[in-house]
Design a protein around this ligand. Sequence first.
Ligand code: FAD
Ligand code: TPP
Ligand code: MG
Length: 588
Amino acid sequence: MGTDANTQNLNAQTTTPTRLTGAEILWATLVGEGVTDVFGYPGGAILPVYDALRKFPIRHVLVRHEQGAAHMADGYARASGKVGVCVATSGPGATNLVTGIANAMLDSIPMVCITGQVSSKVLGTDAFQEVDITGITLPVTKHNFLVNRAEDIAPALRHAFQIARSARPGPVLVDITKDAQQATALFDFEAAKPRPYRPHPMLHVDESDLEQAAELIRNAKQPVILAGHGIIISGAEEQLLTLAERAQIPVGLTLLGLSGFPASHPLNLGMMGMHGEAWVNHAIQEADLLIACGMRFDDRVTGTIPTFATKAKKIHIEVDPAEVNKNVKVDIALIGDLREVLEKLLPRIPGHDRTAWLKAIDKIKGAAAVRDIKNLPDSGHLYAAHVVHDLWRITGGNAIVATDVGQHQMWEAQYFHHEKPRTLITSGGLGTMGFALPAAIGAKVACPDKEVWVIAGDGGFQMTSAELCTIAQEKIKINIAIINNGFLGMVRQWQEFFYDRNYESTPLLSPDFVKLAEAHGIAGRTVSTRAEVADAVAEARSAPGAFLLNFMVEQEDSVYPMIPVGSALHEMILRPGKSPLLQTPEDE
Ligand SMILES: Cc1cc2nc3c(=O)[nH]c(=O)nc-3n(C[C@H](O)[C@H](O)[C@H](O)COP(=O)(O)OP(=O)(O)OC[C@H]3O[C@@H](n4cnc5c(N)ncnc54)[C@H](O)[C@@H]3O)c2cc1C
Ligand SMILES: Cc1ncc(C[n+]2csc(CCOP(=O)(O)OP(=O)(O)O)c2C)c(N)n1
Ligand SMILES: [Mg+2]
């Protein structure tokens, strides 16, 4: 963070052009773009930038691995809706960012990633720590820039912010040569403004398409809304609620759509897809109309395409024309920002009674709702579902939860009921193990007043656990729940179901996580029974600093329902009848 008295002279509020070094221009431009926090790791090719940092009012979180910096920027963006920023040096610093950039790309997260590059005179000579990072990241960025003149830094960065946040958001990389950081140029924030954003020519909704869509909705007997991440990205929660309530249409959510529609709402069906609720998938297969809102028909959502919702007409509201008719052919496409399109559509949608359809879904639910564990008697075993359910209950569902990838991620999606947008931070498209801990740090930096939890597996946690030291150094209060099943659980589950229980390379030795936390000055506790869960969660919440809970859960539990790859949505493997998680009639 800058402490220098000259800060005022150097920040972007400067009205008259000022001569600055490229490094100073970089920070001044970030200040002008409203950036207050960045996540990064220094090195030779970015040293001029680090040298200038003290002059600017920006908090720099020093990470332990650049992948962590990218995930922190990502978590920051998901929690706040702002653009996340990460910084790394050339060569290995830049390549370490790549997984985090790809993660953001697949989930449409707005990020600006800044890398140092060798001096322009030696570019292309295999200079020390030179890699072609713009080439490497071309397929996993929305756009990228190589900047080799100080005067180009501000325009490139401002353009990067515009690209990152416009239409379908995504990560943008700006690679800046060392000599450009060291040279000087006139800094004029206003003059560096990019041309006004020009929407894609296809981003235009015809009156006749709107009318046709409205007519389909008015006439549908068994419609379902498929609500995706676009709801949260465009801030269309209110419009979605109005559409659902007015037309009495039930809402299924993708993994990334969760938190976009209140979990407790009677029209909320829960998550669809591979590990979605059985009744959502059945409802989709029985529907006569699907209204897909800001979701991209991922294969985890559709099952095999030829068998997907064959009885339904389909409306797709989507900002990226490339997503329309990519996986699922639709009858009407409304291409534009979801909130704007819904605002245009709503006046054409009258109130509607769909009691018969809602009752029919309730009936399917009755038969399939076998996993609700609310009142389950304590059998002495600790199940991951118990832990997640109790965490939800105790936190009142108000916490931001960052999950890792695997079984615990699916149990979180099923048992932690998100009411408010941006409270679930999870890696959907890339499914990046190691995401949770750094993403939670980013979320906490973005939302210091919110309660933030990590829910991670014993495998994924080990991939980025070095960031525990970042928490210690930065004094970040987050709580960590490790769902410790002694396995790479999701892979073990696939081995159980599809590879004859050949548990090759999935039993997993872990360090003593509590001791690991203690080595970083972070308190922790191991929990092995359900009776201890509430007390342990309370201890973590009231601890002044970060706290780690190591939950020793059943080792060979599986996530149900599950749609095997290559099957239809209704061909689900359900939890076997004798499971201790089965709901008994008196639980209801
Ligand atoms: C282990 C594992 C299991 C999984 N199982 C499931 C599962 O069972 N069910 C499930 O749903 N997912 C599951 N996923 C996640 C899945 O892989 C996808 O990431 C997820 O389905 C994508 O959801 P989405 O389409 O809503 O979001 P995204 O992939 O983020 O797509 C968002 C869409 O909205 C559009 N959009 C963005 N902004 C706007 C705007 N302003 N206006 C209009 N449109 C906009 C984008 O162009 C894009 O097409 C799983 C992931 C993992 C790792
Ligand atoms: C970086 C990375 N490597 C491998 C995988 C494949 N993978 C998906 S889930 C999983 C197991 C995760 O194990 P753990 O973190 O213990 O979570 P659990 O499934 O047991 O809850 C693996 C190896 C992945 N998603 N990401
Ligand atoms: Mg595990």
